[in-house]
Design a protein around this ligand. Structure first.
Ligand code: HEM
Length: 242
């Protein structure tokens, strides 16, 4: 549980950094190119399959352990409040909410990107000035094609035609119910990780007065505050500002 949990924590950091490109004011140019890289580069593809496996393993093994714990102690503890935190007592519930979130979320973006007919968009970048002109594509390209790059040396331009995942994200986050769902789910991320991140080190036997404050600091400031706020900011930004 601890190793897969720490792997998923690392994924959350990388996924957030990549998705921050949604905030660039470039019509999705950077984000769409990044999506092609993330879904075509062979090493990343292998890590992705590992990621799906670790999510399922972590969720179902966690539920199994919770079930075993309850079987071993059918009568609940009388006093819980003084000895344990809200997060540590509710890891299985919070994790289940996250699993539901991930299924909905992958249905929204990952499934559509891989299986549905997406629009294409063309970006023409002036290589001298860096200026980018965005044109929505009238033609429907073969969905097998993720990106076509061409150069025009005479005009010093680069043209990129790419599947428009940015548009899928931006249209999805016009739905207020989805925005609320995403924001609420980030509370589960926060409560699950404020306990989970530091607890993983305890489980691995890495329990040292010198390092424990660092694990605690990262649990609170990085995983329970910064990361959930970063993710929640995305649906909010698209709903209110796009
Ligand atoms: C709220 C902001 C978020 C946005 C805008 C977002 C966006 C996306 C997009 C566009 C994809 C599909 C493209 C791709 O496969 O790389 C994706 C995939 C994914 N997202 Fe997110 N995401 C967000 C938050 C999260 C959170 C909080 C989690 C986990 C709790 C998560 C878990 C995943 C997973 C597991 C995948 C599949 C990755 C893969 O194929 O390797 N996402 N996300």
């Amino acid at each position: 549980m601890s190793l897969t949990g720490l792997f998923l924590c690392t994924f959350l950091v990388v996924h957030l950094i990549g998705n921050l490109q949604l905030f660039y004011n470039d019509g999705g140019y950077s984000f769409n190119k990044y999506a092609v890289f993330m879904t075509s580069f062979p090493l990343i593809k292998i890590i992705s399959y590992g990621n799906y496996f670790f999510i399922l393993f972590h969720a179902f093994w966690g539920l199994y352990l919770e079930f075993q714990n309850r079987k071993a102690r059918p009568v609940a503890y009388v006093v819980t409040k003084n000895s344990s935190s809200f997060s540590s007592r509710n890891m299985a519930v919070l994790g289940t909410i996250l699993l539901v979130y991930i299924v909905v979320h992958m249905g929204d973006f990952w499934y559509k990107y891989h299986n549905e007919t997406l629009p294409f968009v063309q970006y023409t970048e002036n290589l001298l000035t860096g200026e980018v002109v965005t044109t929505e594509m009238p033609e429907t390209y073969s969905q097998e094609t993720k990106m076509v790059e061409t150069y025009n040396q005479a005009e010093s331009t680069k043209t990129v035609i790419v599947k428009d995942l940015y548009k899928v994200v931006s249209v999805s986050f016009q739905n207020i119910l989805l925005v609320i769902f995403y924001v609420l789910a980030m509370f589960s991320v926060s409560f699950h990780l404020v306990h989970g991140f530091q607890s993983a080190f305890q489980s691995l036997g890495i329990n040292h007065p010198k390092y424990n404050p660092l694990f605690k600091f990262l649990s609170v400031w990085l995983f329970a505050i910064l990361i959930p706020i970063g993710y929640a900011a995305m649906p909010i930004y698209f709903y209110f500002f796009k």
